[in-house]
Design a protein around this ligand. Structure first.
Ligand code: T46
Length: 137
C-alpha cells in the first residue's frame, strides 16, 4: 500500500479578499471522523521534528494554517511523505500508523483535529514496539 492511500487528501478552498484569507474544508470522505480535541504545533526549531510515534485508536486530520512542513507516515512496510502548506491540502491519517513531522518553516503552524480525548496509553512511542504491534494485529 502506498501512503497516499493511507493518507486521505482533504481539499481546502481559499477565499482571499481585501479583508484577508478564509480557508474552508468540508469533511466528506473520512467516514465517521468526529473531532473531540484539537491542538496546534508552532515555533518548531529548524531541523527539529515532532511526533515519531503511532496511535492505536486515534484518527487525526492535519492542516498547515501557516508556513509549511512535511508529514511522513508508514504502515511498517511502505513510507511516504507529503508536504503540507497553508491554504493547500489537509490530510486524514487513520489510527495504526507511525508518523512524524519535520522540515518546518519558521512560520509553520500545524493544526490537528483528533477523534479522541488525550490518552497516553494510546501512544506507541518505540518504532520496534510499533512493528511488533502491527505483526500481532
Ligand atoms: C501527534 C503529533 C503530530 C497533552 O497533554 N494533551 C494533548 O492533547 C497533546 C497532543 C499533548 N499533550 C502533552 C503531552 C506532552 O507532555 O503535550 C506534551 C507534548 O506532546 P507530544 O510529546 O506527544 O508531542 P508530539 O509533537 O510528539 O506529538 C503530537 C501529538 O501528541 C500526537 O498525537 O500525532 O503531535
Amino acid at each position: 500500500m502506498n501512503a497516499l492511500k493511507i493518507l486521505k487528501e482533504i481539499q481546502v478552498i481559499n477565499f482571499l479578499d481585501n479583508r484577508g484569507n478564509l480557508d474552508v474544508a468540508e469533511f466528506q470522505n473520512i467516514g465517521k471522523f468526529q473531532t473531540k480535541r484539537m491542538y496546534y504545533i508552532s515555533s518548531v526549531p529548524e531541523n527539529d521534528s515532532r511526533g515519531a510515534h503511532a496511535h492505536k485508536n486515534l484518527d487525526q486530520v492535519f492542516f498547515a494554517v501557516s508556513g509549511k512542513f512535511n508529514l511522513t507516515v508508514t504502515d511498517g512496510s511502505n513510507t511516504d511523505t507529503v508536504e503540507l502548506k497553508a491554504h493547500k491540502l489537509g490530510y486524514f491519517l487513520p489510527a495504526g500508523h507511525w508518523r512524524y513531522l519535520d522540515n518546518f518553516t519558521k512560520d509553520a503552524v500545524c493544526i490537528v483535529l483528533a477523534s479522541e480525548h488525550y490518552d497516553e496509553n494510546d501512544y506507541i512511542r518505540s518504532y520496534e514496539e510499533f512493528l511488533e504491534w502491527k505483526k500481532s494485529g
